[in-house]
Design a protein around this ligand. Structure first.
Ligand SMILES: C[S@@+](CC[C@H](N)C(=O)[O-])C[C@H]1O[C@@H](n2cnc3c(N)ncnc32)[C@H](O)[C@@H]1O
Length: 197
């Protein structure tokens, strides 16, 4: 059975465009079947991108899907370098198209499992994740655990989750791994949790 988090998608693409106002700007994205946010921008993605705390340097969008989070951050913070990565080949192809569609020159999308396509010496000031909660806790916890190793000192891990549907557990894991966590935004049952290294 295929999911939005499967590496290969065999369904017809059904390419279409969606748009959304994020961080006060209007964006357009290509999307289609077999990817997350196939019909509209997800509420969790919206909350994460609107409340993301970005200061300097490099940002990683882990599990980028069609690139919504990374592209908005790249557009709104032109001095930041954004790396986006996802296991879903179709999603990454769309993310690459969306980079061009939005005239972004400070973001790149890479296809791979978790941190497979991130070099060991590539460290980030912020890692943003709208985790694949449907893929299970183990994978989401792995994303949190590995983020610690790819983070610069004082860097932040910023994760969105549905608080009563697994989000609370994600935030507890962040606290265990980083020694701290706080809620920075809340809307429609979603929360954004932030930990600092
Ligand atoms: C909830 S979606 C979020 C997508 C996008 N960040 C957004 O907000 O629209 C989670 C994403 O994680 C990706 N994912 C799942 N397992 C993964 C893995 N092992 N490595 C990398 N990405 C993965 C899925 O393919 C999916 O695109």
């Amino acid at each position: 059975m295929q999911h939005y988090f499967s590496e290969k998608q065999t369904s017809a693409l059904n390419l279409k465009k969606i748009n959304a106002r994020l961080r006060g700007r209007l964006f357009e994205f290509y999307t289609g079947s077999g990817v997350f946010s196939s019909k509209r921008v997800d509420k969790g993605s919206e909350l994460l991108v609107n409340s993301a705390i970005i200061n300097e340097g490099r940002v990683l969008d882990m599990g980028c899907g069609i690139g919504i989070v990374g592209i908005v951050i790249a557009k709104c913070f032109p001095d930041i370098l954004v790396v986006m990565t996802d296991i879903n080949k179709r999603a990454v192809k769309l993310a690459k198209r969306n980079v061009k569609l939005n005239n972004i020159d400070n973001a790149e999308a890479r296809q791979g499992n978790l941190f497979e396509k991130v070099n060991e010496d590539e460290k980030f000031n912020a890692i943003l994740i709208n985790p694949p909660q449907k893929a299970g806790k183990k994978l989401c916890f792995e994303m949190i655990d590995k983020s610690y190793d790819y983070m610069l000192e004082k860097g932040t891990l910023q994760i969105v989750g549905r608080h009563q549907k697994g989000g609370k557990e994600l935030s507890k894991r962040m606290e265990t791994v980083f020694g701290n966590v706080k809620d920075v935004a809340k809307k429609s049952g979603y929360r954004v949790y932030v930990s600092e290294k």
